[in-house]
Design a protein around this ligand. Structure first.
Ligand SMILES: Nc1ccn([C@@H]2O[C@H](COP(=O)(O)O)[C@@H](O)[C@H]2O)c(=O)n1
Ligand SMILES: C[C@@]1(CO)OP(=O)(O)OP(=O)(O)OC[C@H]1O
Length: 160
């Protein structure tokens, strides 16, 4: 087995009125927000899953159950910090992560610098090793109908 491992994360959250829209640790101003047991930050959730998967230490729902009232409404940055602690406890460091957010509206691009700065601080990983991208689905499917937001992440980790 090499010192390098990869992981992958995928997640979906519904979008509805009267909810906050947290994405990558920052709050977007939008008429719809993401629904979940936590703050429903889909971008942070896929980063957590990709990192946990890379280290082969299960997934976000295993470590932070959506049945546990302790995590009701929790700031996902707290979950990501704990995932980083678990990763480092296993002797790993992050090489880089690459993410894609699938969202019809609003535009993510203007927020990418703030998201990268936020995630860099939470993860203690250089901004240069954190890539955030976005795409619409050309009005097709649940993302296109603005019923939900999805995201993907791949992560490279290495043994220190
Ligand atoms: N929510 C989004 C979606 C897309 N972008 C940016 O726009 C580009 C074009 O999107 P298409 O879905 O038409 O390919 C995309 O490459 C992103 O740069 C965005 O910022 N926010
Ligand atoms: C984060 C957790 C825990 O609060 O809740 P949700 O916000 O529902 O998120 P999801 O990605 O569906 O699953 C992980 C959950 O265990």
């Amino acid at each position: 087995m090499s010192n390098f491992r990869i992981g992958f994360g995928y997640d979906v959250h519904q979008l509805q009125p009267d909810y906050d829209f947290w994405l990558g640790g920052i709050k977007l101003e939008h008429h719809l927000g993401a629904v979940g047991h936590s703050d429903a930050d889909v971008l942070i959730h896929v980063i957590c899953d990709a990192l946990l998967g890379a280290a082969n230490i299960r997934d976000i729902g295993y470590h932070f159950s959506d049945k546990d009232p302790k995590y009701k409404g929790i700031d996902s940055k707290i979950l990501l910090k704990e995932v980083m602690r678990l990763l480092r406890e296993e002797g790993y460091e992050v090489g880089n992560i690459d993410t894609t957010v699938c969202l019809q509206e609003p535009k993510v691009n203007p927020h990418i610098p703030a998201i990268k700065a936020c995630l860099s601080e939470v993860m203690d990983v250089a901004e240069d090793d954190i890539s955030i991208k976005a795409t619409t689905t050309e009005r097709l499917g649940f993302v296109g109908r603005e019923e939900g937001v999805s995201a993907y992440c791949v992560a490279l980790i290495y043994k220190v």
